[in-house]
Ligand binder design. Structure first.
Ligand SMILES: [Zn+2]
Length: 258
């Protein structure tokens, strides 16, 4: 099993740091929007940076890459279909991130929706999904359609239930407030609200989550659930005949939810 740890950055970003028993002195980071907290974590653990994985082009996920590469010579993997301000191995579905010296291999998944070329990296029981799937939420549709995003979320939901979900932001509590509005009778959401409050009160991240938990609480993975569908139809004031229509309604509801 991997050692994955969230390194907080900016207001609510998480940069994921991966370590493996194959080389206790090396680390890999995912989505380093800021170099500073990564360099501090490397120094504190006396670690070298072997590789950087980027899920999408937004600055709060890649802003620290150039400085980290300059300082460490780390190898960079990024999405094939996005414009990146640095050199990288360009990954898309079917490509594997292979770091044999660390005993690591991750499959690349194409998960468009938040951005057009967004990728996720899955392996060793963990998925790094950037701003596609959040705990109890999903990313905004900046460059993709509802249909694309639903297909991306469906592919993530098809991972084994115990897969650890390492996403890019600590949005869990705000997402859960919305999830409660969509499904007020869902006891899994109520339980998670309490647990997330305790975790945050102790200053810890609510992440990683798991695919199994997300399938029980995340309205964006539940477009086919009758209660979610009914709530979306009540808000829309009309029938929503397809899961994509339900998903699109829930997404636009969340966009304006206070
Ligand atoms: Zn983003």
């Amino acid at each position: 099993m991997l050692d994955v740890r969230a390194v907080p950055a900016f207001r609510d970003n998480y940069i994921w740091m991966i370590r493996t028993p194959a080389d206790p002195h090396a680390a890999v980071v995912v989505d380093p929007g800021d170099a500073e907290p990564v360099l501090a974590a490397l120094e504190a653990g006396r670690l070298s940076l072997a590789a950087i994985l980027a899920t999408h082009h937004h600055a709060d996920h890649v802003g620290g890459v150039a400085r980290l590469v300059a300082g460490t010579g780390a190898r960079v993997f990024g999405p094939a279909r996005e414009r990146l301000p640095f050199a990288a191995d360009r990954m898309s579905a079917g490509d594997a991130v292979r770091l044999p010296e660390l005993g690591l291999e991750f499959a690349t998944m194409d998960v468009p929706g938040h951005t057009a070329g967004h990728v996720a990296y899955a392996g060793h029981g963990v998925v790094f999904c950037g701003d596609t799937l959040f705990s109890a939420g999903c990313g905004r549709l900046f460059e993709g359609t509802a249909g694309e995003m639903l297909a991306s979320l469906d592919s993530l939901a098809a991972l084994p239930e115990d897969t650890l979900v390492c996403c890019g932001h600590e949005y869990t509590q705000a997402n859960l407030r919305f999830a409660m509005s969509v499904e007020p009778g869902n006891s899994d959401i109520m339980d998670y609200v309490k647990r997330a409050a305790e975790i945050r009160a102790s200053g810890r991240p609510t992440l990683p989550s798991t695919i199994g938990l997300e399938k029980r609480v995340n309205p964006f993975l539940r477009s086919r659930n009758e209660n979610v569908k009914s709530a979306a139809e009540r808000r829309a004031g009309r029938m929503l005949p397809t899961p994509v229509a339900v998903f699109a309604e829930i997404r636009s509801w969340k966009d304006t939810y206070q």
